[in-house]
Design a protein around this ligand. Structure first.
Ligand code: ATP
Length: 320
């Protein structure tokens, strides 16, 4: 292995730069040449490659977003796009590839692996929805960003005795809502992985009010329904003076937390090691304190992500 490349794909996530930096520095430390591919798979097919030096990744570990930019490029789901990508990788003399992104990006990596090109996946998405790892890059920063906002919302909720529905990201996964629900002391957490009824949520609000609680926070995962839809359903029961906050893309930005910087560094370092050991077709992750490696195809086809559902019950028993 003499020359490797790295790209970021799908939604950006804080900590991606830490991973890119680790790939570049570890690669160069071991005597490899490292190339960055701009704009994910779109850039790969277009031949948008650049050699990265130690300096190129200097002063990037604290920056959000991705210095390699990201893109959605559905054409890569077709074999024709994948073959064009491999043609470009060969043209630039690349022997192995590291893909940082979510499950869609992993599918691209799995396709390249099936076509014989050694590829390693690094889980990078704020949604925390990738199987084979407890945490993805960006999740920790995102939940801290959410908490920062919800603490502020709580001030105004209390002042006006209001109910706030806070819609958070996560696609079809409830991890962000679950962790920030507990972290903000939300009265109710609504996630796709747990059945709920509006009657239950209403009862939770009423119980709190009966005890003299001045505010109610409902943490809603976007995968269940929109905040406005939820508020509309709530209004059928009683006038709760409901307000909806959709936090949106602020959740994706910002300087990565300590945890995301460390995870990014661990993932990047180990991804390079795997390529050096001739082990393509893997994705790196963490389970507890251990770094783990899973088959990328098996991860996508046979494993399923589930949030830490014990948090759901804990919240029920401590937030009434
Ligand atoms: P996030 O979870 O943050 O949205 P993601 O990686 O899941 O990140 P996607 O838009 O689903 O984001 O995928 C990113 C890119 O991966 C796509 O634009 C496409 O280029 C590639 N990709 C997605 N699905 C496939 C597939 N089935 N085969 C090959 N490549 C794919």
């Amino acid at each position: 292995m003499k020359r490797i490349a790295v790209l970021t794909s799908g939604g950006d996530a804080p900590g991606m730069n830490a991973a890119i930096r680790a790939v570049v520095r570890k690669g160069i430390y071991d005597g490899l040449e490292v190339y960055g591919i701009n704009y994910g798979y779109a850039g790969m097919v277009a031949g948008d490659f650049r050699r990265l030096t130690i300096d190129d990744v200097g002063d990037t570990i604290s920056r959000g977003g991705t210095i390699l930019y990201s893109a959605r490029y559905p054409e890569f789901a077709k074999r024709e796009g994948q073959l064009k990508g491999i043609e470009q990788l060969k043209k630039f003399g690349i022997d192995g590839l590291i893909v940082i992104g979510g499950d869609g990006s992993y599918r691209g990596g799995a396709a390249l692996t099936k076509l014989g090109f050694p590829t390693i996946g690094i889980p990078g998405t704020i949604d925390n929805d990738i199987p084979g790892t407890d945490y993805t890059l960006g999740f920790d920063t995102a939940i801290n960003t959410v908490l920062d906002s919800v603490d502020k919302i709580r001030d105004t909720a209390t002042s006006h005795i209001r109910t706030f529905v806070v819609e958070v990201m996560g696609r079809n996964a409830g991890d962000i809502a679950l962790w920030t629900g507990i972290g903000s002391g939300a009265e109710s957490i609504v996630i796709p992985e747990k059945e709920f009824t509006m009657e239950e949520v209403v009862a939770e609000i009423q119980e709190g009010r009966a005890r003299g609680k001045k505010h109610t926070i409902i943490m809603l995962a976007e995968g269940v329904m929109s905040g406005n839809e939820f508020a509309e359903k709530l209004s059928k029961f009683e006038e709760f003076h409901t307000r909806v906050t959709v936090l949106g893309h602020v959740q994706r930005g910002g300087s990565p937390s300590a945890k995301d910087r460390v995870l990014g560094s661990i993932f990047g370092y180990n991804a390079v090691k795997m390529l050096e050991e001739g082990k393509g077709g893997l994705c790196v992750g963490v389970k507890g304190d251990e770094v783990v490696f899973n088959d990328i195809i098996d991860t996508l086809e046979n494993q399923k992500h589930l949030p830490l559902l014990s948090l759901y019950q804990i919240n029920k028993e401590i937030s009434f």
